[in-house]
Design a protein around this ligand. Structure first.
Ligand SMILES: Cc1cc2nc3c(=O)[nH]c(=O)nc-3n(C[C@H](O)[C@H](O)[C@H](O)COP(=O)(O)O)c2cc1C
Length: 338
């Protein structure tokens, strides 16, 4: 995808700084008197009809923002104005987590990829609740997913309790949940892979949901580094339990051998598409899948949807190629659907 001049300038800065500058610009435009209208006109695919129902939720289009882009929900109004079909906040943890010291995101220019070693920094449940509890007139129709992750400092015996705490507290304020079982960038990794480990984590959530009036879909976010056997275990859980869907994939630690961190961006494209295709085929296209990983161009996003994803979540693509990726992708999908 051809980059704009702004994008070329932003890429002169270190990866995390360029992301922060873009978000600051977005906020600045957003607070101008006609800011949200300007953002909608410039960036949103507002005239393109790609609406769909997934998991019983109405999405204005299938392209959204993946976890780690706006972890605290500080930019929901602006991202809604940009026209994203959904925003996944998080990974959210019960208490604030500063993450790994900087620099913690590395740009691999030649590979068109990023190495994420941020350790899921977020401002914790209390702060994020403040952002999501009261919907504004700008983001009231934005679909919000909450990605729940593990605090680096959590003792293994408290992990289930802490995930459940975030789940229960945010239940009535978000539309769906993504349970991150690929927390691989923190100092203490957490990647449950057996059926028992995974069920121990999600069954208390099913139990809590049974007592609620409103239904919130629960998805598992998986690592690209799991074996075929482990993937089959997760697909069986999807078919046999009240789990609603899978998000594939997070960053890959196996693909990055030169230090700590998870490979994200173009290096992941083929792997994520292949995994989504496999999950869709094995589950007979009966369950929602969020495709994530290496969605850098409109072509990648179109291929991911063709492989069986119901929704696509972007992170490195937005950081490296800019927010116009959404509009360009929507145009391409709509043209090819005709
Ligand atoms: C800087 C950065 C921070 C991320 N933080 C999180 C996170 O907190 N939780 C999570 O589940 N995924 C996180 N991710 C992973 C992304 O959500 C996504 O699954 C992954 O990067 C693959 O998509 P991409 O190739 O489009 O970046 C992060 C990725 C990056 C690059």
């Amino acid at each position: 995808m051809r980059r704009s001049l702004l994008q070329h300038i932003l890429r002169l800065f270190p990866a995390e700084t360029s992301h922060r500058i873009r978000l600051a610009m977005l906020k600045f435009v957003g607070i101008l008197p006609l800011g949200n209208i300007i953002l909608r006109r410039a960036l949103s695919p507002r005239k393109i009809d790609l609406q769909r129902e997934v998991m019983g939720i109405h999405f204005s289009n299938p392209i959204g923002v993946a976890a780690g882009y706006d972890p605290n929900g500080d930019y929901l109004d602006e991202l809604a104005a940009c026209g994203f079909g959904f925003v996944e906040i998080g990974s959210l943890t019960p208490r604030p987590q500063p993450g790994t010291p900087r620099p913690r995101i590395k740009r691999l220019r030649k590979l068109n990829s990023l190495v994420n070693n941020s350790g899921a920094p977020n401002r914790g449940l209390e702060y994020v609740m403040h952002n999501i509890r009261r919907r504004t007139k700008y983001n009231h129709s934005l679909v919000i997913g909450c990605n729940i992750g593990k605090l680096t400092t959590t003792h293994p015996k408290n992990i289930v309790k802490e995930y459940l705490r975030v789940f229960r507290n945010t239940y009535q304020y978000v539309d769906f949940f993504v349970i991150n079982i690929a927390c691989n960038t923190a100092a203490k990794r957490y990647e449950p892979r057996t059926r028992e480990e995974i069920l121990e984590l999600i069954e208390p959530m099913f139990e809590f949901r049974r007592g609620q009036l409103d239904y919130r879909p629960i998805l598992l976010k998986i690592s690209p580094d799991i074996s075929r056997e482990q993937l089959d275990t997760i697909i069986n859980i999807l078919i046999e339990t009240p789990l609603d869907g899978i998000e594939a994939v997070s960053g890959s630690t196996e693909m990055y051998k030169d230090g700590k961190g998870a490979m994200c961006g173009a290096q992941l494209t083929e792997k994520s598409i292949e995994m989504v295709r496999y999950i869709a085929q094995r589950s007979e296209h009966n369950y929602p899948i969020i495709g994530s990983g290496g969605m850098m161009t409109p072509n990648d996003i179109e291929r991911m949807l063709e492989a069986g994803a119901s929704l696509v979540a972007l992170n490195s693509g937005l950081r490296e190629n800019g927010l116009k990726l959404l509009k360009k992708s929507a145009k391409k999908i709509a043209t090819n659907q005709q």
